[in-house]
Design a protein around this ligand. Structure first.
Ligand code: APR
Length: 235
């Protein structure tokens, strides 16, 4: 069974990572356009670096929840060919044991050099503009996709959506494209589509089925159903 899962901020909400659109449109007290655009970085690089430095440091204070754990288990089920795509820049899927997570909006734990375009793993701060380990220039930025930039690995995602038997969207408001359009692409290519979200998303009507509630409950239940349908013992 070929499954494409798309996750958003809601999958990490029960771990204590704030979502984007549940707090009056503010993200940790900032308007996204003040911290998540190339223009903001050009105007106020220190402010933007500090914002992401705080988010990176905050990763140490959170842990995966049962939704992350269930998705890691999904990838190990015999007969499942999973592509786990996340819009999240945290590392909670990986810490739950998921392998090959596609971070379409980048990762907090990665830095991108604006000079040589190389990437490196980065766990510390960037606000003091450290040199790039590759070229030595002090042009490192968070390796995250800002508004107006193109999400990563779109070709791989699109080809998986075209071949998927099942597409599941978890914990995302359906407000940000291109991810919000994945359901229609998968459905047009024959996949069954399922939404698992706290409340109906903006695109809820595009799904064959929608279940509403916390991801920490809905996702393990759904993974158990998949396992049972494949004859895997879930006890
Ligand atoms: N379980 C399931 N869903 C939840 C939970 C939960 N415990 N808590 C909140 N949600 C849902 C909300 O109801 C909302 O529909 O998760 C969704 C989160 O939506 P957003 O905050 O808009 O986050 P997301 O969809 O991931 O945002 C997409 O927008 O700002 C950009 O680049 C950023 O990747 C992000 C993109």
């Amino acid at each position: 069974m070929r499954i494409v899962v798309l996750t958003g901020a809601g999958v990490s909400a029960e771990s204590g990572v704030p979502t984007f659109r549940d707090a009056d449109g503010l993200w940790e007290g900032h308007r996204v356009e003040d911290v998540a655009t190339p223009e903001a970085f050009e105007m106020q690089p220190g402010v933007v670096q500090r914002f992401y430095d705080e988010r990176r440091a905050a990763l140490a204070l959170v842990a995966p929840n049962p939704a992350h754990t269930a998705l890691a288990r999904l990838g190990t089920l015999p007969g499942v060919d999973l592509l786990l795509v996340t819009q999240n820049i945290d590392d909670l899927h990986e810490r739950a044991g998921a392998t090959d997570v596609l971070h379409m909006h980048g990762e907090l734990l990665s830095a991108l050099c604006a000079s040589c375009r190389s990437r490196c793993r980065w766990a510390g701060d960037l606000a003091d503009f450290p040199p790039c380990p590759g070229c030595g220039m002090t042009d490192l930025r968070p390796d995250v996709v800002w508004f107006g930039e193109i999400p990563y690995q779109m070709e791989r995602i699109q080809s998986a959506l075209m071949r998927a038997d099942v597409f599941v969207s978890i914990g995302t408001s359906g407000a940000v494209y291109p991810a919000a359009g994945f359901v229609q692409m998968a459905a047009a290519c024959g996949a069954r589509t399922l939404e698992l979200n706290l409340v109906p998303s903006e695109g809820t009507s595009f799904f064959d089925e929608a279940r509403h509630g916390p991801a920490g409950r809905l996702v393990p239940d759904w993974v158990d159903e998949v396992a049972a349908s494949l004859g895997v013992d879930t006890r």
